[in-house]
Write a protein that binds this ligand. Sequence first.
Ligand SMILES: [Zn+2]
Length: 308
Amino acid sequence: MPAPVCPSCANLSVLEIGPILNYAIFAGNFTSASKSKLYKCKICGLYFKKPVLDKAQRNARYRVANPGNWRCGFENRQDWVLATRWIKEIGKAGKILDMGCWTGNFLSELSDSWERYGVEINPLAAEVAKNKNISILPLDYDNLPREQWFDVITAFDFIEHLQDPYRFMQSMIKHLNVGGLLIVSTGNPLASSWQFMGSSYWYCAFPEHISFVTKQWFEVISRDFGITVSNYSCFSRAPGRPFQVLKETVANMLYKFSPNTVDVLRFVCAHCTKNQYLTRRCPPAWMSAKDHQIIALKKEIPTGHIDV
Ligand SMILES: [Zn+2]
């Protein structure tokens, strides 16, 4: 089968990285196991997965996502801490939109002087967010009302769920005030742990993770839309203690060269729990790896000329 077209720049110059054995869990719920492949666009630098579920199928699964999924507070989020610092540097409050705000934990920690908006497809999570005085816009990223403008737009752990991240960025930049910030955090396929594991990396084994942007890709975006990179940082989503780091590193190295051995060890050591069954034969987690990135892009000029 020929390599697919890049979903971001529509180029045919695409490199196949390798096969992916997806976890049998989607947004915290059991789903059937599936296989796909990881590709890299040689032109814009986007890594992407094919085949994937279509948008309607994915949205249906997000609507019934397990409420216990993605439960976290500020103390576990280095990206939230960094984003808050960058937002404070603006020097004044205004309107902020958090895409995929889930239960609104990030927005609720901001000062009350911010006018807070969120987009959240999961009705249970959206209800919790509303109770925190967050206005939920019942819309998708590509149909925000034209009159809605924001001083800050955030998207934490969001862009990797989209099949067309370029269109997402285009739409967000259009709804940003001049001088405003667009802050995006997501996994980083250029992290050394990911580069070592290739398509066998745990982060791309989640069936809902389908697009993986790089710093190079953000630079293409900033050039195309006349915005500037004001901050960029790499971080670990769950920095571990030395033993945890060692355990995850050894497990992944072993999986790279002998996945069957890891499977046997899982069966023997993990007492064959439900989670162990759902991740059977799939990559071990590497939560402690420094494999995430956060970027802040500043809109310096009006972009009303961009047609979405
Ligand atoms: Zn591309």
